[in-house]
Design a protein around this ligand. Structure first.
Ligand code: PMP
Length: 308
C-alpha cells in the first residue's frame, strides 16, 4: 500500500516527502546494502509515545555493525530524529521507518573503507498490517516451500534490506495460494518465522516459540510477549517446532511491530484449535494493547513520549 506524510527526516534535515529521493546508482539499490527498523508510535494515555524506541535504534546500529556500515550519528541522535519525524508530521499514531543505506559510494561491491551510510526516517499512518479484523478474527497462513536464510549465509540477526528478498518470496507464494501470510522453515526444516513476524504456539497451556538459532529475527514484540506472558503466569519455552506441531497447537499467533499480535486460524487449511482466537492469545493481546491505554502498567519503560 502506498503511504505518505508531509516531511521526511533525511541526513539531518526534515524535507518534503516528494523530495526525499536517491540516485539510481545508489549502492543499496544494486546490492541490497541497507539496514532498517520498523517502529510504532501509539496514541496513549500519556500522549503520543514510541514503543521501545531506544531498543529499536540499538538494533539498527547492531544491524549496521554486522555489515560494518558506518551510520554517522549516535543512537541518541537517531532516537531524537525519530521523535522529530513524528511531531513534524503532527501524527498522533504512526509507523516509523528508519533506513540506513549505502548511497553514493561507487559501484564496487565492497564499499570503500570510509563510506558513510545515508540515513532517512519516515513516519506515517499505517493501519493494521494483516488487515483490520485480523487482531480479533485471525488470519489464514500456509507453510512456504521457501526456507529462511541458512546460518552463515546472510545473518538473520541483522534487519537488512537484502534479507527481505527471502521474505518477499515467502509472502508472494502465500498470496498466490490465497493465504494472508507465509510461514517459513529454517534450513533444518523446522519452523522459523513468518515473512515479517515471529511465531508462537500454545499447547496445553504452555507457550512455545522457535529459538534464536532457527534463522529468526529476535523481535522486540516477541520479547514483549516473553515479558507479558511471565506477568500473566504463563511459561514460555524456546524450542524447536516441527511443521505438524502447528497443526496440533491449541493456539497459534504471530507477532511483529507492524503485525502487533495476530491469531492464526488455519495453517495449510487445517484449523488451529477451535479455528478462532484462543484465550491465551486474547490475554496476551489485552496485556499488550493495555500498555497503550494504561490498563497494563508500563513497568519496563517501553513507552517513550515524542515530546521528551
Ligand atoms: N521477523 C522478521 C523477518 C521481521 O521482519 C519482523 C518485523 N520487524 C519480525 C520478525 C518481528 O520483529 P519486531 O517484533 O521487532 O517488529
Amino acid at each position: 500500500a502506498k503511504v505518505s506524510a508531509e516531511l521526511i527526516w533525511f541526513n539531518g534535515e526534515l524535507i518534503p516527502w516528494q523530495n526525499a529521493t536517491v540516485h539510481v546508482m545508489s549502492h543499496a539499490l544494486h546490492y541490497g546494502s541497507s539496514v532498517f527498523e520498523g517502529i510504532r508510535a501509539y496514541k496513549t494515555h500519556k500522549g503520543t509515545c514510541i514503543f521501545r524506541l531506544q531498543e529499536h535504534i540499538e538494533r539498527l546500529f547492531d544491524s549496521a555493525k554486522i555489515y560494518r556500515m558506518d551510520i554517522p550519528y549516535t543512537v541518541e541522535e537517531v532516537v531524537q530524529a525519530c521523535k522529530a519525524a513524528v511531531t513534524a508530521n503532527k501524527l498522533e499514531a504512526a509507523y516509523l521507518r528508519p533506513l540506513a543505506f549505502l548511497g553514493d559510494v561507487g559501484m564496487g561491491l565492497r564499499p570503500p573503507a570510509d563510506a558513510k551510510a545515508d540515513l532517512m526516517i519516515a513516519a506515517f499512518s499505517w493501519e493494521a498490517y494483516l488487515g483490520a479484523d485480523a487482531i480479533e478474527n485471525g488470519v489464514e497462513v500456509g507453510v512456504s516451500s521457501w526456507n529462511r536464510l541458512a546460518p552463515n549465509t546472510m545473518p538473520t540477526a541483522a534487519k537488512a534490506g537484502g534479507n527481505y528478498l527471502s521474505s518477499q518470496l515467502i509472502s508472494m507464494e502465500a498470496g498466490r495460494h490465497g493465504y494472508t501470510e507465509g510461514i517459513a522453515m529454517d534450513v533444518n526444516n523446522q519452523i522459523s518465522e513468518g515473512a515479517g513476524q515471529n511465531l508462537f504456539l500454545v499447547r496445553k497451556g504452555i507457550i512455545y516459540t522457535p529459538p534464536g538459532t532457527a534463522s529468526i529475527l529476535q523481535g522486540l514484540t516477541r520479547d514483549a510477549v516473553f515479558v507479558l506472558a511471565k506477568e500473566l503466569g504463563y511459561e514460555v519455552r524456546e524450542e524447536t517446532i516441527s511443521r505438524e506441531a502447528l497443526y496440533l497447537a491449541d493456539e497459534f499467533f504471530m507477532t511483529g511491530t507492524a503485525t502487533e499480535i495476530v491469531p492464526v486460524k488455519t495453517v495449510d487449511g487445517i484449523a488451529v484449535g477451535s479455528g478462532s482466537r484462543g484465550p491465551v492469545t486474547k490475554a496476551l493481546q489485552e496485556a499488550f494493547f493495555g500498555i497503550f491505554d494504561g490498563s497494563t502498567e508500563d513497568k519496563w519503560g517501553w513507552l517513550e513520549s515524542v515530546s521528551e
